[in-house]
Design a protein around this ligand. Structure first.
Ligand SMILES: Nc1ncnc2c1ncn2[C@@H]1O[C@H](COP(=O)(O)OP(=O)(O)OP(=O)(O)O)[C@@H](O)[C@H]1O
Ligand SMILES: [Mn+2]
Length: 574
């Protein structure tokens, strides 16, 4: 990136001079052209004489050399600068392509960048699977399932939003169940796709200290539930299965008096830090739209609005799937006057106003959607939002920010490297920290989690520094999840399909929901406890059950490919 900045500075510094020379050069070219045209007018109409023929037979290289010698110094300079400019531009493009590692890790490229691989190489099943998936969704399924609704379109008829009992699954994935069963019996140990529990550090957990133990901190007698929760965050999970502090923290955030509100710096969209008594804090994301408003079809994932209910739903989903890597999030309705306006100060106060519909609104200051046209409005001054329990401060537990290897390009015309290179995972899996331990498997879980919620906005992820690389990846920032209920974004599954590796435990949970009580039902019921329930529009819940099937298909495809790579290649071209 430093090279990139250097190039930019050089480019801009030289741009003026280069332009001058280029213009001057074009002047020179025009004069030459005029001279040549005049000469041509004299002789072009007749056929060339033998001497002219001989003259034109001078080798082109000598001609070029002669032209160069005839040029003035200024002309030569202009040419050199133009060439330099082209060179810098080329270097710039190469630099942007190469830059995707932070935290000291630059993944070596081994000269493997290809433009648009169209067959899967090695273990990847991404391209083959995507082809089939697209065929499937094009043929015979022209129902609403795969259509994108119009901008701002709402649910349609009431019957549409009624919970429906899904039909019994036709395919129980017996082949995948058998792998799980064999692994529990100590067989299928070396399955290249499904990692058995005794080779998974998340299950083994030889050590699992908490932040409190690492920092030698004990909660005081008056410690809040959140402080106790924070000190219990461990190396391999945020909280234990069945941890009672989770519900206690949710309750505090939903009911405790709001003492102070302040806009959070950083991030692209408006968020407030809410202070409660006893040092408890939460990250507040406001409601902008009703539940059934979907991502605008012409919006890229990076310009999509954040949805407060997506944060709430994602927390519950993360918990139900047994990951326990998302901080507790709860919904609450605030009085904008007494719980925001009266308890905040500074510039944000100047952004409050009363709308033509007599609602109380504000927009704060941020880089996306913080203006009068995109204000957040109460009804008339009651505002719903999500409250995420605050992570421990960096004094206690510093976090490390990692660039996600499967990060999107965040540019409307540019593609990321993983989209161009089908064997991209080979590069990632040989690079620390993805070459050993739990990290790569965590990214597979994250890919599954994000595919279920439709979250395309996973540019970075964070871990707690004190636990080193053998620690879980936090599931932070799900604000752009649950945007499109009728579209399944297969590219979110690219990490899984390109690496073809998954935890036994994760596959087991997916199969449990697929063959047993559907995920949509469990999540719907769990979220009923939230104060602003219902949290999700029904089609988003239905999408979860549909997407589990796609994930299971993907894992099956990976297993088949690992068992018989050649045959699958052949089949795919029949
Ligand atoms: N529960 C939390 N407690 C403390 N800090 C948090 C919490 N959740 C997120 N953060 C921090 O706040 C930052 C911004 O949060 P978040 O990513 O949700 O906002 P955002 O506006 O969506 O950001 P971006 O636009 O960059 O995706 C994160 O990078 C994270 O470090
Ligand atoms: Mn975000």
């Amino acid at each position: 990136m430093r090279y990139f900045q250097f190039c930019l500075v050089l480019l801009y510094r030289n741009l003026g001079a280069a332009l001058y020379f280029c213009l001057d050069f074009s002047g020179w070219a025009r004069t030459r052209w005029r001279q040549r045209s005049a000469a041509c007018a004299r002789r072009c109409k007749r056929s060339p004489t033998p001497e002219e023929h001989a003259r034109s037979a001078i080798p082109p290289r000598r001609q070029t050399a002669r032209t160069m010698l005839n040029m003035k110094l200024k002309e030569r300079l202009a040419l050199a600068i133009s060439a330099l400019l082209v060179f810098f531009t080329l270097m710039l493009v190469v630099d942007i392509q190469m830059d995707y590692g932070i935290s000291g890790h630059r993944v070596p490229l081994h000269g493997r960048v290809r433009i648009g691989d169209d067959t899967d190489k090695g273990r990847s099943a991404y391209i083959e699977f995507r082809k089939r998936f697209l065929q499937k969704s094009n043929v015979g399924n022209s129902s609403r399932e795969y259509e994108q609704s119009a901008p701002g379109e709402t649910s349609g008829s009431a019957a549409d939003t009624e919970p429906r009992t899904p039909a019994p699954p036709a395919d129980r994935y017996e082949d995948l169940l058998k792998i799980l069963h064999d692994q529990l019996q100590g067989r299928a140990d070396n399955n290249p796709v499904v990692v058995p529990p005794h080779r998974d550090l998340n299950v083994l957990r030889p050590e699992n200290p908490t932040i409190g133990e690492m920092e030698d901190l004990e909660p005081s007698i008056n410690a809040s539930n959140l402080e106790r929760f924070q000190l219990k965050i461990a190396q391999h999970e945020l909280y234990e299965d069945g941890e009672p502090l989770v519900d206690a923290v949710l309750k505090d955030m939903a009911t405790a008096p709001v003492l102070h509100a302040e806009q959070k710096e950083g991030g692209t969209q408006l968020k407030l830090i809410i202070d409660y008594p006893n040092g408890v804090q939460a990250l507040f994301k406001p409601m902008r739209f009703p539940r059934d408003v979907q991502t605008l079809p012409n919006h890229f994932y990076f310009s999509d609005y954040e949805r407060h209910n997506a944060e709430i739903a994602a927390f519950h989903l993360d918990r139900i799937l047994g990951f326990r890597r998302a901080m507790p999030v709860v919904g609450r309705v605030l009085n904008m006057t007494t719980e925001i306006y009266d308890v905040t100060e500074g510039d944000i106060l100047k952004t409050f106003f009363v709308s033509p519909a007599n609602n109380f609104c504000f927009h704060g200051k941020c880089s996306y959607y913080c203006d009068t046209g995109h204000a957040i409005c109460g009804n008339p001054d009651m505002l719903e939002g999500s409250f995420a329990a605050f992570l421990p401060s960096s004094d206690i537990a510093e976090r490390k920010v990692w660039r996600h290897p499967w990060r999107r390009s965040y540019h409307k015309r540019r593609k990321a490297q993983w989209e161009l290179q089908s064997d991209y995972c080979d590069t990632v899996r040989t690079t620390p920290p993805y070459d050993s331990g739990r990290r790569l498997l965590d990214l597979m879980d994250m890919s599954i989690f994000d595919f279920l919620t439709g979250n395309m906005d996973r540019h970075h992820y964070e871990t707690f520094k004190m636990f080193g690389n053998e620690s879980f990846t936090l599931h932070l920032d799900q604000g752009r999840a649950f945007g499109k209920a009728f579209h399944d974004e297969l590219s979110i599954l690219a990490p899984l399909l390109q690496c073809c590796i998954v935890r036994h435990t994760t596959l087991s949970v997916l199969l449990k929901f697929h063959n047993g009580i559907p995920l949509s039902k469990v999540l719907r019921e769990t979220m009923q406890s939230d104060p602003v329930s219902p949290i999700l529009w029904e089609p988003h819940l239905a999408a979860l059950d549909r997407r589990i099937v796609i994930i299971l298909d993907a894992i099956r495809k990976c297993v088949q490919k690992s068992e018989n790579p050649l045959q699958n290649e052949v089949n795919d071209f029949v």
